[in-house]
Design a protein around this ligand. Structure first.
Ligand code: NDP
Length: 247
């Protein structure tokens, strides 16, 4: 069985879906895990189930002050963070013609700038951990939407394409320090993501679910747990995890 008992992890998006599943698997493998999202009650519930080595820290990744306060709290509990998973994200239907600047901004702030805020906050920890001879991982949850085209979802796709490119480019900055960077691109996965969509968007996802059969959040957590538990000389850089029927 995978043993991650020496790892100190931060998982964003841990209030639900893929982030919660990743946090659960890392904790089951023995890691200490800081659970990050906005809904503190959800994080506390999950931490209560996962045990003393886990704790919830309410952070809104779109707000720099919230990130700084939250990172301070995480550092009080976890001195040496060596594993950061950026799973917080939001998907909204925002056709360009509608000009929903607030929705575009929310997606860009959460899916791109929010991830950058966390990377900036924890890159020194990761570099130090690797310098001390420990395994250090940055894992970004992008999307098949970085490549696939969905009408009305151009801005979401653009945020995920940016994240995929960011992950690839960051290896140039971090791999010389022995910090691994893994970009995961899930396909259709059964989570709360679609609940933020308007009615036509929810109908679209419901029909995709029926035709394709979505992955479970645990499937993505399996992939992440596998990647971070390889020997430190092996970096799985890019993983695309699709339901078998998703073309
Ligand atoms: P969920 O909606 O279940 O999870 C999203 C998580 O992000 C929640 O925990 C939410 O918690 C958190 N979050 C959202 N906004 C913020 C914010 N401003 N600050 C901090 N946390 C925030 O969806 P998924 O689990 O599906 O999404 C996880 C990732 O997977 C996303 O990046 C998504 O784009 C990606 N993905 C999902 C796919 C799918 O089909 N489900 C496919 C491909 C990629 P809270 O609201 O409490 O802040």
């Amino acid at each position: 069985m995978t043993n991650l008992s020496i790892r100190n992890a931060v998982v964003t998006g841990a209030a639900s879906g893929i982030g919660a599943a990743i946090a659960t698997q890392l904790a089951a493998a023995g890691a200490s895990v800081a659970l990050v999202a906005r809904r503190q009650d959800r994080l506390d519930d999950l931490a209560g189930k996962l045990g003393d080595r886990t704790f919830g820290v309410g952070i809104d990744v779109t707000q720099q002050e919230s990130v700084e306060n939250g990172v301070r709290k995480i550092h009080e509990r976890l001195e040496n963070v060596d594993l950061v998973v950026n799973a917080a994200g939001v998907m909204l239907a925002a056709p360009i013609a509608d000009g929903r600047l607030d929705d575009w901004t929310r997606m860009i702030d959460t899916n791109v700038t929010g991830v950058l805020r966390l990377i900036h906050a924890f890159a020194p920890d990761l570099i130090k951990a690797a310098g001390d001879g420990r395994t250090a991982d940055l894992v970004n949850i992008s999307s098949i939407g970085a490549h696939a085209i969905f009408p009305g979802y151009a801005v979401y796709g653009a945020t995920k394409a940016a994240l995929t490119q960011l992950s690839a480019a960051l290896r140039a900055d971090l791999s010389p320090y022995d910090v691994r960077v893994t970009n995961v691109e899930p396909g259709l996965t059964d989570t709360e993501l679609a609940t933020h969509l308007d009615a036509p968007g929810q109908d679209l996802i419901a029909s995709m679910n029926e035709q394709i059969g979505p992955l479970h959040a645990d499937d993505i957590a399996d992939v992440v747990t596998f990647a971070v538990s390889r020997r430190r000389e092996l970096n799985l850089r890019q993983i695309i995890a699709l339901p078998t029927r998703q073309a």
